[in-house]
Every structure is written in C-alpha cells, then in structure tokens.
Ligand binder design. Structure first.
Ligand code: ARG
Length: 258
C-alpha cells in the first residue's frame, strides 16, 4: 500500500514537471495568436481572388488591410471555401471574415457584424439571346447560384428551396461558367461580381435587375460576442472612411462613386 502511494506521488511529481516544461510552448502559441486570421472565399473578383502565386487580393482585402493598419491589428488572410466559412468563426480557426458577406438577421444570430462597408444588390445574368425580361419569368428555368448565398435565397424564394431547377455551386464563378456552357438559363449573384464577369465576357451575356431585390450591405464578421475586436474593426472602418482611404480603394476597383 505504501509503495503504491509513493508511486502515485512520484507520478504526480512527474506529471507536474512535464506540465511545467510545456508552459513556454503554450505561451508561444498564444503569442502567435496575436496575428489574427482573416477568412475569405477568394473566388469572388473584384472583392477577393487568388493569383497564381496564391496571394489573395481585391477590394475586401485592401479594406481589411487598411482597417487593420488603423487599429494596430496584425492579420493574415487565408483563402477559405464559402461553405463552412461561417463555422470557422465558431471553431476559432478564423478570427475575422471579410468575403462580400451580406448582413442579415439569420447570420446575425451566429456572428457579429461591423458597420456596413459596401452596398450591393442581386443581379440576374442571362445569355445575350435570352427572352427573359424579369425575375418572375425564371419560374420554370434553371437558375445557377452559389450555395447559401443571398442569390440562393432569392432563387429559393421564387422556385422553392427544394426545387431541382436551382443549381447550387460551390463558387459563383462555377455558376457563371455553367451559364456559359448552357447548363443553366440564368445566374443570380451580387451585382459587383456579375458585372466584373461580364466585363470579361461582354458578347455572351446580358444582365437584368429586378425591383423585387432589396438592397444588401456587406459587413465584416467576428465571432459572436467578440466586442473588443468588433470595436477595433469599426473604429478602423470609420477612420479609413474619414481620411479618404476607403474612397481611394473604392475608386481603384469601381471607379468614381455614383
Ligand atoms: N453577398 C452574398 C452573400 O452574402 C454573396 C457573398 C459570396 N462571397 C464570396 N466571397 N463568395 O450571401
């Protein structure tokens, strides 16, 4: 019995030693955490895209970099698929999301948003020869959308969420490519991205807007309850709006403000 007790004490002493030895490592990793990880689905030009050398760039990236600089935040941007993007905030794998994310009530339940930094609206992309003149005409058509986006939402509202005529893609470029290939009759997506795509395919596509689509606002997202980080982001946003940095970035990607 005594021996067993001794062995137990020894074991305890040993484990506490091991724990001590681990402490500096633990500190190192929490220090590395001072670099905040930004997630973005970088297949969404001109907001975010990835170049051949794997660097991520675009309007959103310039905005978050400028915000981070103003607020003294160190950031690293990581290309992250749209599907699962939101849950990365929950798991702590991403600290910030900037990905042309429309602020809406459903998303507000699971994450916190900054003040709006960009206004958008859904736009319908069609083959130049299409007879469609309004969104309602698409009731019996195949509509391509990016899964879980606001484009998916409006299409689901018109056709019904479970309708097989809604073709859901991992990325908006894939949906637009499918339109090029004739696999879908229309694509519904954010105006900025559709217009950017069109600029590169001017002959094959046209767009129509629909008055039933409401204005959307993009926000920068943080984990629900992370008020400290959200405040820094909002302060940074306000600062780049006040000193002309935001306008300069806007002009780079979209020309003069309307
Ligand atoms: N604004 C739309 C939404 O929030 C689409 C965003 C898609 N963004 C992206 N980087 N793929 O649902």
């Amino acid at each position: 019995m005594k021996r067993l007790q001794l062995a137990f004490v020894l074991l305890l002493a040993l484990t506490s030693c091991t724990k001590k030895a681990e402490t500096p490592q633990g500190d190192a990793s929490s220090q590395a955490k001072s670099e905040l990880v930004v997630g973005t689905d970088a297949a969404y030009a001109p907001f975010e895209s990835e170049s051949a050398d794997k660097t991520v760039h675009g309007f959103d990236i310039d905005v978050i970099k400028a915000v981070a600089e103003k607020s003294g935040l160190k950031i690293r941007v990581i290309n992250t698929p749209w599907e699962g993007l939101f849950s990365q905030l929950q798991s702590g794998d991403r600290d910030i999301l900037i990905s042309a994310i429309t602020i809406n009530d459903e998303r507000k339940k699971v994450m916190d948003f900054s003040e709006p930094y960009f206004e958008a609206v859904q736009l319908i992309a069609l083959p130049a020869t299409s007879k469609i003149t309004k969104f309602d005409d698409l009731k019996n058509s195949k509509i391509g959308v990016q899964t879980g986006t606001t484009g998916d939402e409006v299409a689901s509202r018109l056709l019904g969420k479970a309708n097989a005529n809604i073709k859901r893609f991992e990325g908006t470029p894939l949906a637009l490519e499918e339109l090029e290939n004739g696999g879908v009759d229309a694509v519904v997506a954010d105006n900025g991205v559709v217009n950017n795509f069109l600029a590169n395919n001017p002959k094959t596509f046209k767009t129509i807007s629909d008055p039933s689509f409401s204005k959307e606002h993009y926000g920068i997202a943080v984990k629900k309850g992370n008020a400290e980080l959200l405040k820094k982001i909002n302060d940074g946003l306000a600062a780049i709006k006040a000193d002309g940095t935001y306008d300069r970035i806007f002009k780079t990607y979209f020309g003069e403000k309307k």
